[in-house]
Every structure is written in C-alpha cells, then in structure tokens.
Design a binder for this molecule. Structure first.
Ligand code: HPA
Length: 275
C-alpha cells in the first residue's frame, strides 16, 4: 500500500501549487465551503493513480487546492462511503494520501441523524467521541509499521485543542454547536425506529454512514482530527418520519452557512500553520 500512496501523492504533487497543511473532507450536501476558497488547482479523482472513483450522484469527486483564511488547504469534494461497495482500505486511501501530501490536521464534516432530544434540525454537532458499528475495519490485515502501530489507541480520537477552539469559535460567531458521540453504521438503509432507540441507549447522539473509517486511519497516522455533524433528520421518539435524501439535502443546505463560517474561522485560528 505504501507504494500506492506514494504514487498517488507523487502524481498530485505534480499538479499541486503548494504543500497543503490542512485537509478538509466535505460531507453529503456540504460543498459550499469551496466557494470561500481561493482555488489554485483542482485534481479529479479519476486522474489520480489508485484512487477510487466516486459513484454517488452529485459528488463531483475532486481534490481542491487553495487558500482558506489564507492557509494552504486541500479539500476532498466528494468522499467514498463503505455502502458504495468500496473496501475499507479504499474508503480511507485518500486520507493516507493527504497525509503523505503534508497535511498536519484533518477537518471532517458529515450529514447525520440526530438521536439526542436536545437537537434540532440543521444544527451542528461537534463529534467528541464515536461508536464504531461498521462491520469492517480499515486497519484489518497486515500492518505496515511505517504508517502506524498495529494497535493504535483511540483515547483522544478527536483532538482536544481543536475541540476547544471550535467551541470558542462557535461561541463568538453565535453558532449553536452541540457536542456528542457519533455512531457510524454501514448503511445504505436508514435505521428502523428500534435501531434508533438502540443507538440512543448505547450512548450515541447522532448516527451516520461515514467519518469513522477516516478517523481511524487518521489516528493510525497520529493526524489530529476535528469532525462536525450536520443534523439532517430527527431520529428520536415523537419525531420519527420517513427520511428521504431530498430532506437530508435540504436540511444540510440550511446548515451550510454555519458550517462554512465555523470551518473558515477555525482554519484562521490555526496559528501554528503558516499562510
Ligand atoms: N441515519 C444514518 N445516516 C444518516 C442519517 C440517519 O438517520 N441521516 C443522515 N445520515
């Protein structure tokens, strides 16, 4: 795998105008941040050796290089989901490549169902821990010690300094920002009412079909992570109704200005990263 990571990253380096220091993965219906970026280059996933190709409609599948709040970032516009049929190694391959390109921090967004009764539609939740319910793990199989340890610890998977900064930024911007536990499931079906009750019972505040594989691989490589869920449907007793992708996208669109502002300001706060 090391060689594939190297080949992908060498190809991208040939097209990238600078070394990116922050990697950003944008979730379903959450592409607007790109408009805040002074774009200097875009590389389609199709061109990149060994990169999986996105199958979801409306995901354009590009790496975007540009400056956000003056800092050099690379944005994954379109991510790979396990439910699309990729292996866990394929789902997380881009995170390996971003690290190889030089990123020092990873910011992630996703759309998620809200399980906590305090949550309202289109609010944001900072992920401060997770419960992995995926049926497979990206680190299963031979471990390359050059990438990370056999048994990476997941003690502080979500970087405590980034969490504090996000809370501070949301406060100053007057953006409602919950904190909680994200449960990751394979999908693609949504959950039954009994499953939503179960997820709440085991301690989850939100549920979605992404993010955890990427976080595991990032932490395997000791990359600090910040992740935010956009709450796109209410999954608690009394609020349950059929979920459609249209409703999820509409709720994501309503939340997007806040997410965009939060990420933009949070990037600005990364004073250890040079412009
Ligand atoms: N369940 C799982 N994934 C999701 C949901 C949900 O309710 N909403 C958005 N992604």
């Amino acid at each position: 795998m090391l060689q594939q990571i190297q080949e992908a990253s060498d190809y991208i380096k040939g097209k990238a105008p600078f070394t990116p220091r922050i990697g950003i993965i944008l979730g379903t219906g959450l592409g607007q941040l790109v408009q805040k970026v002074e774009i200097e280059a875009a590389v389609s996933y199709e061109e990149i050796p060994h990169f999986p190709v996105s199958t979801v409609e409306g995901h354009s599948g590009k790496l975007i290089f540009g400056r956000l709040s003056g800092k050099p970032v690379v944005i994954m516009q379109g991510r790979f989901h396990y439910y699309e049929g990729y292996t866990m190694r394929q789902v997380t391959f881009p995170v390996r490549v971003l690290k190889q390109l030089g990123i020092l921090k990873l910011f992630i967004s996703n759309a998620a169902g809200a399980l906590n009764p305090d949550h309202r539609l289109s609010e944001l939740m900072l992920i401060n821990d997770h419960i992995d319910l995926f049926p497979d793990n990206p680190l299963r199989g031979l471990n390359d010690e050059k990438l990370g340890p056999r048994f990476p610890d997941m003690f502080e998977s979500y970087d405590s300094k980034l969490l504090k900064q996000a809370i501070y930024v949301a406060d100053t911007l007057k953006i409602k920002l919950h904190q909680g536990v994200y449960a990751g499931v394979s999908g693609p079906n949504l959950e039954t009412p009994a499953e939503y009750r179960y997820l709440r019972t085991i301690g989850a505040d939100a549920v979605g079909m992404s993010t955890i594989p990427e976080v595991i691989v990032a932490r395997h490589m000791k990359l600090p992570v910040l992740a935010v869920s956009v709450l796109t449907d209410l999954c608690m007793p009394g609020h349950l109704e059929p979920v459609s992708i249209e409703k999820v996208l509409a709720a994501a669109a309503a939340a997007e200005p806040n997410l965009t502002q939060l990420f933009t300001e949070l990037v600005a706060q990364q004073t250890d990263i040079e412009a």
